[in-house]
Design a protein around this ligand. Structure first.
Ligand code: GRF
Length: 218
């Protein structure tokens, strides 16, 4: 069977992208990276892949949001991906993009969705006095961080935690979570049927959970 084609969108340092690159190199993720796309031409993430796989453009150089969205959509379409993954991509995707890739477009978000959509998630969890924090991988829909949640990784919030310590402890879990969800996706175990998310043919009523051995369990 041909390897699943993976496109990744990233705006920053790209450690989650690196987790995918490493999993592919190790043979743990049977996929082929077909492009890395960024709204930040200076993003460190771009340097993690060969130049031939990089695409970036500065949104301000486009007439409006739609024009940038159109260019990004066209670039990703050219890479012919089976799955598109937002891994630290910090720009809201436009309607053309979500319409084109809906159902095979995933985002990694640093919160236990549906809590804390949007930004400042670590600080908001601390301000709310939460005892638990985590990350989610969800399907992308036009509404921000609102698509079906596929899987989550959880960690306890400790006395003295700050947004920075929480982010540091969460990051390795994000890496494992993202790889584990992609393993499901590229092996065809994750499907959308009747507008609902299914895993191994069963409806996914609650998100899968990353266990301490890095596996996803119901
Ligand atoms: C991650 O914490 C992700 O959850 C958030 O941005 C960060 C990206 O990190 N959306 P990296 O660029 O993958 O290192």
């Amino acid at each position: 069977m041909a390897l699943a084609r993976l496109a990744v969108l990233a705006s920053g340092r790209g450690s989650n992208l690196q987790a995918l690159v490493s999993a592919i190199a190790d043979g743990a993720l049977p996929a082929r990276l077909v492009g890395v796309f960024s709204d930040r031409p200076d993003a460190a993430a771009l340097q993690r892949v060969p130049a031939a796989l990089r695409w970036s453009a500065e949104p301000r150089s486009f007439a409006d949001r739609e024009a940038f969205d159109h260019a990004l959509t066209a670039a990703v379409v050219r890479s012919a991906p089976d799955w598109v993954v937002c891994a630290g991509y910090m720009r809201i995707l436009g309607g053309e993009f979500t319409g084109r890739f809906g159902g095979r477009l995933l985002n990694l978000h640093p919160s236990l969705l549906p809590k804390y959509r949007g930004l400042r998630t670590h600080a908001r969890a601390l301000e709310a006095g939460d005892s638990e924090y985590g990350a989610s991988v969800h399907l992308v829909v036009p509404e921000l961080d609102a698509g079906s949640v596929i899987a989550q990784a959880r960690l306890p919030i400790l006395a003295g935690d700050t947004p920075r310590t929480l982010a540091l402890r969460l990051l390795p879990l994000e890496h494992r979570l993202l790889v584990a969800v992609l393993q499901l996706a590229v092996s065809g175990r994750l499907t959308e049927q009747d507008a609902g998310l299914h895993c191994d043919g069963q409806p996914l009523f609650t998100p899968l959970r990353l266990d301490s051995s890095g596996r996803l369990t119901p």
